[in-house]
Design a protein. Structure first.
Length: 346
């Protein structure tokens, strides 16, 4: 029976811990599971809740930080220093696995030793809403050469994976190292590319592997599109720095990514301006960043249109189209769902 080490970092999410751990211990038959909860000096009752869970089940261990170390250091502590199972998964304390997720992933990894990590689909759901019904009947799996998947993701210029749906071969995780501390908001994006640069990739078809919780209140309070886009760009730049020599035309791929990020920055700036959810300085910074990524952005119609709109008195624009934060949140969900580790703790 394959063994799986589950690392659950927790900061102020003690009220979610019971659900998260239960989804690992109670719904994952056919694998030998061990869980590590790392409380990163939470000011709430997270440490006490974790201790109670561990007291009930010997498969659970708890580490408690006396001072807050941050998300990346906490992840790496569990993945590199503690995990000893055949396979490893990192799951936020507010997420959950779907029934049978670990067995499905382990079966693929057992059958394909050349595969370094496997993922499926994560079901996104919003805070205070019921869990959606997951698909748990496997329709088959796919395995792809790591180099092929690596270049495909670079051409797409997007991170198509969150985190709880991923199971990694532990030996590979320790070989490639931990998450990059330079990327507190996009280290997962760089990690999937790094793993693919060293091993093949597996995908579970037609099945949901995890629930990924999005906190609406966090989104309204901490949304910073410019930070997100800068982190995304840096993650790609680090990837090119490390593995650009493996690509047939790295400059073409790099230019394509910068062009996509530039267009995204202009789109976010336009939407923010139209809905009145960003002040003029923020919009200007997004425009400058778009041009920094891709100087030809100044030739785009969206660039000219946005510049022209901002000449209009803000009071007139507000009268014509008043601020609608709730509508902005609704429209922005599709954009947010292509990213991870945002609008949440860990």
């Amino acid at each position: 029976m394959s063994s799986v080490s589950i690392v659950i970092p927790c900061y102020k999410y003690g009220h979610f811990l019971e659900e998260a751990v239960s989804s690992v211990l109670d719904d994952q038959e056919g694998v030998d599971v061990r869980v590590l909860i790392i409380d990163d000096a939470s000011p709430d009752d997270s440490a006490e809740t974790a201790a109670k869970i561990a007291a009930r089940d010997s498969r659970v261990e708890v580490l408690q930080h006396s001072t807050n170390k941050g998300n990346i250091a906490t992840y790496n502590e569990g993945l590199l220093e503690w995990a000893q199972g055949d396979y490893t998964a990192l799951m936020s304390a507010d997420d959950r696995l779907t029934p049978g997720a670990l067995r499905r992933a382990a079966d693929l990894l057992d059958a394909h030793p050349e595969v370094g990590f496997v993922y499926g689909t994560a079901l996104w759901f919003w805070q205070d809403q019921p869990f959606p019904q997951p698909r748990t009947r496997l329709r088959g799996w796919s395995t792809w050469p790591g180099q092929w998947w690596f270049e495909r993701r670079l051409r797409a210029g997007e991170n198509n994976i969150t985190s709880p749906e991923v199971v990694v071969r532990t030996s590979l995780q320790k070989r490639v190292g931990g998450y990059d501390p330079r990327l507190p908001h996009s280290a997962d994006q760089e990690m999937w590319l790094r793993l693919a640069a060293h091993a093949d990739v597996g995908f579970l078809r037609g099945v949901d592997q995890a629930f990924y919780r999005v906190h609406g209140q966090n989104m309204r309070n901490t949304f910073n599109a410019l930070m997100d886009l800068r982190q995304k760009r840096l993650a790609f730049e680090i990837t090119f720095e490390l593995y650009g020599d493996r690509l047939s035309d790295p400059e073409h791929l790099r230019n394509g990514i910068n062009r996509k990020i530039s267009r995204q920055a202009l789109a976010v700036a336009t939407r923010s301006w139209d809905l009145g959810v960003a002040d003029d300085d923020v919009v200007e910074q997004l425009i400058d960043f778009a041009v920094e990524c891709w100087p030809k952005a100044e030739r785009l119609p969206i660039y000219y249109t946005l510049r022209a709109r901002r000449v209009v008195d803000r009071r007139i624009l507000t009268a014509l189209q008043p601020s609608r934060p709730a509508e902005f949140a609704r429209r922005g969900r599709g954009w947010l769902q292509r990213r991870s580790w945002k609008y949440r703790g860990y």
